[in-house]
Write a protein that binds this ligand. Structure first.
Ligand code: SF4
Length: 328
């Protein structure tokens, strides 16, 4: 008997899916929401091994997130990057007062929850009959329907076309797994794909969708200045949109020469690369708006990766100085 593409996909999922992922074995909408947000820019393995459970342990419910200070939420997000996700999570928790809406329409009103995430939470937690359209699903649809052009609106139409409305949970999970395990971006395993017999793009999957023109990332050159006074160091909680809420050292565009040079750091962000020289300043002038912390207090502060790298340089240079070796 010839199976429909949906039946074929569900059969494949039953035998090959990643059924033991913790967010697939709960109907707690918050736990599902958290996984969706963490997985947006981070791999399953990293989320699973380092971030998902510690975050849930500190914030077992969304109400705990709403009650917490942003600083605390950012601290638990440290290392995951893309901190806008954590800020949005905190905002959303406060918007809904710790109780998530029970359908996609309500979910999409919350900070940082787009259409696909709303559909995912609604399909997985409430079994609402809606397809998702994350990066993996987009790739499959482009190939399956042989669509070279990137057009989000059209893709949603195709997402509904292939969707199995009777099994929203299994179908969406199956599509996510198919994208992660079989219809992968570099070398799709078409021979083992449950959609192989009906896939229109299988003979040349790499042309769907057409490649994006890669723009070279701009490089920003900055100087990070660690002001010190009586063994304490000046940090400011950033108010700018970028890295908002994270603690950081004073930064300037000026090149400061070799005096008190601690070292150089490179940090890659999604839209630019930071190349920064790091300096220690004993200048007594207090940079405006900064607060003073001891080295042992740094661990409790949420800091960007770049500032953490500056701290590593600082510690390294202090240790060298203490041991009588060459110093800054
Ligand atoms: S047949 Fe190949 S290109 Fe088509 S959906 Fe399956 S893995 Fe992707």
């Amino acid at each position: 008997m010839k199976l429909t593409p949906q039946a074929s996909l569900l059969y494949w999922y039953e035998h090959n899916g990643r059924h033991d992922l913790p967010w697939r074995n709960t109907d707690d909408p918050y736990a599902i929401y958290l996984s969706e947000i963490m997985l947006q820019q981070t791999q399953v393995k990293t989320v699973l091994e380092r971030f998902y459970f510690p975050f849930l342990e500190r914030f077992p419910t969304l109400l705990d997130v709403a009650d917490a200070e942003l600083d605390d939420v950012l601290k638990r997000w440290e290392g995951l990057g893309y901190y806008t996700r954590a800020r949005n999570l905190h905002n959303a928790a406060r918007q809904c007062e710790g109780i998530l809406p029970t359908d996609a329409h309500g979910l999409i009103q919350l900070s940082g929850i787009g259409r696909s995430t709303a559909h995912a939470i609604a399909a997985f937690a409430y079994r609402e009959s809606l397809p998702i359209l994350d990066a993996n699903v987009k790739r499959i649809l482009h190939r399956y329907f042989a669509l070279p052009k990137r057009n989000e609106k059209k893709l949603w139409e195709y997402a509904y076309l292939l969707f199995d409305p009777v099994h929203p949970f299994e179908y969406n999970q199956a599509m996510m797994d198919l994208g992660a395990l079989v219809c992968v971006s570099k070398n799709p395993l078409c021979d083992t794909c449950p959609l192989e017999t009906t896939c229109q793009g299988k003979t040349s999957p790499h042309v769907f969708p057409e490649a994006k023109m890669k723009k070279a990332k701009p490089v920003r050159r900055r100087s990070i200045v660690i002001h010190q006074r009586n063994g304490r160091y000046a940090l400011m909680q950033r108010q700018s949109r970028f890295l908002h809420g994270l603690w950081g050292f004073f930064e300037t565009d000026e090149a400061l020469g070799n005096r008190n040079f601690l070292g150089h750091i490179t940090q890659h962000y999604s839209h630019f690369t930071l190349e920064a020289d790091v300096y220690l300043s004993g200048d007594e002038t207090e940079p405006e708006g900064y607060e003073w912390f001891g080295l042992d207090e740094f661990a409790a502060l949420s800091m960007s990766r770049a500032d953490q790298k500056a701290v590593t340089l600082l510690r390294y240079n202090l240790e060298k100085k203490e041991s009588g070796c060459e110093s800054y």
